[in-house]
Design a protein around this ligand. Structure first.
Ligand code: ADP
Ligand code: MG
Length: 348
């Protein structure tokens, strides 16, 4: 009897201390502009600012590593990255020994290519770099803004075969077999990095966190109170504010839109998501496409791909994958949803 009583008392003590720790956790947030050329925001629950700051240090250190590894333009001392893979040495791409995190990301990107029937293609760099240059010039000198000549785009499109990314998993090397091809991971790497960081947090038991890198949002568990995270989806019409609110617990939400990056030629907007079929900015009648699923990597890949697909094809793709939902905002500012999206929607 006495033993039972002591055991019960012990259990009660443990329960109370767990409750107290849970309750005394507060919400903290931090932001930075150091990664992936965009704003990073981390929100988390800890018992002290110090504890939170330590976690954020780890998150930033990881994001810094991913940022360097997945940079397609700049090389960094002491590491081989995507820029090293993209460069030419004596007219050929070198075989480059890389960090495992490059191999894993590229393998995942190849799977996304298969899944999206080639709509999200990280081997589209030769075409995307032409658009990038014309867009940059058009933004810097709007009076000289021009469209890239179609012949130039078509010539570049001959060098976008994803099978020419040769990966040797054992040796941990990557080689681009076509000297005129280039990698561009802008549609995928940021979401992939966010997913890796969120998984790291979960692996050390840090739930009740959200990582948001430039709108690639991944929640890692509900708040200590048990409440979910209220997340706004930006209004893609250019008006300030949100067009929809969703509640998330352990999901990613990623949006691709024509309103984010564009330039203007003869009064018409040309945005940054290129349809591999037309080689032009995708015109499927959307302002934005948002994806909710359990991986920010998949969310990033799918949001770009669905932006390049008819709604019928996009809907069929979404319905073929478990646990993935989508919202399309069409140019007439109407919202369209996949069948399970409404279960995430909430009034603010
Ligand atoms: P954001 O860059 O705003 O997060 P996305 O995830 O949709 O938006 O990615 C757009 C970027 O991806 C472009 O800037 C370009 O670098 C690249 N990109 C554009 N179209 C494609 C495509 N069809 N397949 C793969 N990458 C693309
Ligand atoms: Mg994307």
């Amino acid at each position: 009897m006495k033993k039972k009583f002591i055991a019960l008392l012990l259990l009660l003590c443990i329960f109370c201390s767990v409750m107290l720790t849970g309750c005394s956790k507060q919400s903290f947030s931090a932001s930075s502009f150091a990664y992936f050329d965009t704003v990073t925001k981390v929100i988390g629950h800890e018992t002290s600012q110090n504890k939170f700051a330590k976690v954020v240090d780890d998150v930033y250190a990881l994001l810094g590593e991913y940022h360097k590894l997945y940079d397609i333009y700049n090389e960094y001392d002491g590491i081989n990255n995507l820029a090293t893979i993209n460069k030419l040495v004596d007219g050929e791409h070198p075989v480059v020994k890389v960090d495992r995190r490059i191999i894993d990301m590229l393998l995942e990107a190849k799977r996304m290519y298969e899944l999206t029937d080639g709509k999200m293609n990280v081997a589209l760099g030769s075409v995307l770099s032409i658009w990038h240059d014309y867009r940059t010039k058009g933004i810097d000198e709007p009076w000289n803004a021009e469209l890239p000549p179609m012949e130039q785009l078509q010539a570049a499109a001959k060098h976008t075969d994803i099978n020419n990314i040769i990966i040797d998993e054992k040796e941990c090397t990557v080689w681009l077999a076509d000297p005129e091809m280039k990698l561009d991971v802008g549609a995928f790497a940021k979401g992939y990095a966010v997913e890796m960081v969120a998984q790291y947090l979960e692996s050390i038991g840090k739930t009740g966190y959200v990582v948001n890198v430039g709108g690639n949002i991944r929640t890692a568990g509900a708040k200590p109170s048990g409440d979910k995270w209220l997340t706004g989806i930006e209004n893609p019409t250019g008006e300030a504010g949100y067009i929809e609110y969703v509640e998330l617990e352990r999901e990613a939400i990623v949006t691709s839109g024509s309103y984010q990056r564009y330039y203007i030629v003869d009064g018409k907007r040309y945005h940054h998501i290129i349809d591999p079929e037309t080689l032009m900015p995708a015109e499927r009648g959307y302002l934005s496409v948002s994806i909710i699923c359990n991986s920010s990597a998949m969310g990033d890949g799918l949001s770009t791909a669905l932006f390049c697909m008819s709604m019928e094809d996009g809907m069929a793709l979404i319905n073929s994958i478990d646990g993935v939902e989508a919202m399309w905002v069409t140019t007439d500012e109407v919202k369209h949803y996949s069948s399970g999206f409404s279960s995430y929607i909430t009034e603010n």
